[in-house]
Write a protein that binds this ligand. Structure first.
Ligand SMILES: Cc1ncc(COP(=O)(O)O)c(C=O)c1O
Length: 458
């Protein structure tokens, strides 16, 4: 009988993360003077042990035992073959999903939250601040902080705070504090409210608030944590792809196509980067990060230097960006409403190593419901974007009569996203697509910034 579910034992948990910075070239982050930022300049924001990891070019980095100890609560995560979905699609393709929804907060996010909480604790930090879009990241960091005895404060994008009240309860259960952003607690929040008191908020604004809250704490015992975008976050997530490689090998399979949804890029990178490493070493794989058509950072925005947040507290990062002041339309996949993209994912796009795709909100929910009705799991709205492309590829394989092996990341479940599903069932979701004029207008903010070089890694 063909494998339905591939389970690794705890002993087989990967002991090292894969650092893609050993294999690609990146433009450096720049400070306000246009010069590369020194690691010391980031010291008020992040603990030095994580800053060192951010700039490391060592290919394999040991995962501390304390981190593995917490990850073992749910890892290794299952690799599952979506047999019922394949049957429904009448496709010769074999579809596998890596089920990251089995973590306590329900997504891939704790893979890095646990590592970050550990490194902060090791550096003597007592409080962490962060932003959250959909609420998954805020829950993950609250959970991780509770494991290491650290306080956690989360600025949650207003639109998601209103749409998903139970995420706040979850954070509270783990001892975290969650407030809607923009808030009146920070200058960045007050400025955003003065501009538009009814703003739905954005990840860019919430990041500004969380950074400000960390650096303005006079005790020096608070640091900020980012749930995506940065190199060390991508690094921690590679445990997903490293496990998946072992699992596929166990059943004698190898993917032709690897797919993940991408907001800041972390779950996609986590699954895909170990396969990108294989691609560097001669394997032929199609690798697709998927975004919403309403926030088309990778498919329509240029590769530029831009800030990671609205108040421009972060260094200039080399990335695809819609402009740091961009407020994405209030689509329900809150975790995909980000103006930028991880520099590492952006670099791979500019080099043509991975090919971004965009899908509309209704395409995404249609795919999520098809998955729920066949495989049983109700996916997170973000995850639905990856599923939409996986289904499209499986249908294409059926038309062409090809036995493709498709691997996708089931980044989270949608059990706290039911209001969005309700709207979809009531035909209440709009398919918003940005016009070229809207995109050009939002890109004015980085017109005068330095331009990144077109680097070629190999
Ligand atoms: C379930 C889920 N998937 C995907 C994402 C997108 O983030 P990233 O691109 O960093 O994986 C989020 C973000 O909140 C999320 O909650």
């Amino acid at each position: 009988m063909d494998a339905r579910k591939v389970i690794l034992s705890e002993d087989e948990l990967p002991r090292q993360w894969y650092n893609i910075l050993a294999d690609i070239k990146l433009n450096p982050p720049l400070g306000p003077d246009g010069k590369p930022v020194s690691p010391d300049a980031l010291a008020p924001v992040f603990p030095m042990n994580l800053i060192e990891q951010e700039v490391s070019t060592q290919r394999w980095i040991d995962i501390p035992e304390e981190v593995l100890g917490v990850l073992r609560i749910w890892r290794p995560s299952p690799l599952v073959r979506a047999v019922n979905l394949e049957r429904k699609l009448q496709t010769p393709a074999r579809i596998y999903y890596k089920n990251e929804s089995v973590s306590p907060p329900g997504s891939h996010k704790p893979n890095t939250a646990v590592a970050q909480a550990y490194y902060n604790k090791a550096f003597g930090i007592q409080r962490m601040t962060t932003e959250t879009g959909a609420g998954q990241w805020g829950s993950a960091l609250s959970f991780a902080c509770s494991q290491f005895g650290i306080e956690c404060k989360v600025f949650m994008v207003r639109i998601s705070f209103d749409q998903k009240p139970y995420r706040k309860s979850m954070m509270q259960a783990w001892g975290g504090t969650c407030i809607p952003s923009p808030s009146t607690e920070t200058q960045a929040g007050r400025a955003a409210l003065a501009k538009d008191p009814n703003t739905p908020g954005s990840l860019g604004i919430a990041i500004s608030e969380a950074i400000e809250a960390a650096v303005s704490d006079k005790t020096g015992k608070t640091r900020y944590s980012l749930g995506s975008v940065l190199n060390h976050v991508m690094l921690h997530q590679t445990i997903i792809g490293l496990e998946a490689q072992k699992q596929m090998k166990m059943i004698g399979e190898y993917p032709d196509i690897v797919i993940g949804c991408a907001g800041g890029g972390s779950n996609f990178a986590g699954l895909a980067f170990p396969f990108v490493y294989d691609a560097f070493n001669g394997k032929k794989i199609d690798i697709y990060p998927v975004e919403p058509a309403a926030c088309p950072t990778m498919t329509k925005a240029p590769f530029v230097y831009d800030h990671g947040d609205t108040a421009r507290y972060t260094p200039l990062l080399p990335m695809h960006s819609l402009g740091h002041a961009f407020i994405p339309p209030p689509i329900h996949a809150g975790g995909l409403r980000y103006h930028g993209m991880s520099p590492t994912v952006s670099q791979l796009i500019t080099e043509g190593i991975i090919q971004p795709r965009a899908v509309t909100q209704t395409q995404a929910y249609k795919a999520g419901v098809a998955f729920a009705r066949t495989e049983g799991i109700l996916p997170a709205p973000e995850t639905n974007h990856a599923l939409a492309v996986a289904i499209a590829e499986a249908e294409k394989a059926a038309q062409e009569g090809k036995q493709k092996v498709i691997l996708l990341n089931l980044s989270g479940h949608g059990l706290l996203d039911l209001a969005a599903y309700d709207k979809y069932f009531a035909h209440g979701l709009e398919d918003l697509e940005l016009s070229d004029e809207q995109i050009q207008a939002s890109e004015k903010v980085f017109e005068n910034f330095p331009k990144p070089q077109r680097l070629k890694s190999r």
